[in-house]
Design a protein. Structure first.
Length: 125
């Protein structure tokens, strides 16, 4: 995402006009420039004029960077899912101990603090 913002800043400086990065679920990442930027430089492609005085567009370099951003987001989601699944497997292995500990605390009240302390000491060794 940082690359997209840097490229938009570069375009803003090059063309002396505000260039923003926008996103929609249907179009993905795209550039938004004022419609007063007339004529639109040939660099900008896929231009769509909006009533609110802006033009949605893109560029070849921007599309390449947007594809890289989408790929990085996808990889992050896959990695996050993998880590969460592994964490769930690890927790499931100790559920019986956690249930027993909870039952012990509820049924014995404060006397179970020693048991909890010893369990924690045991699990960290």
């Amino acid at each position: 995402m940082r690359w997209l913002l840097q490229l938009a800043d570069q375009y803003s400086q090059d063309y002396s006009a505000p260039v923003r990065v926008s996103h929609s679920s249907s179009r993905g990442y795209f550039l938004s420039v004022p419609s007063a930027m007339d004529p639109l430089p040939a660099l900008f492609t896929q231009a769509v004029l909006h009533r609110r005085g802006t033009v949605s567009c893109s560029s070849e370099e921007f599309n390449c960077l947007a594809d890289r951003a989408d790929e990085a987001i996808g990889q992050s989601l896959v990695l996050t899912n993998t880590l969460i699944q592994q964490l769930l497997l690890d927790i499931r292995q100790h559920l019986d101990s956690l249930f027993a500990l909870t039952d012990s605390i509820v049924s014995r009240g404060h006397r179970s603090c020693k048991a909890l302390t010893s369990l924690i000491a045991y699990s960290t060794t």
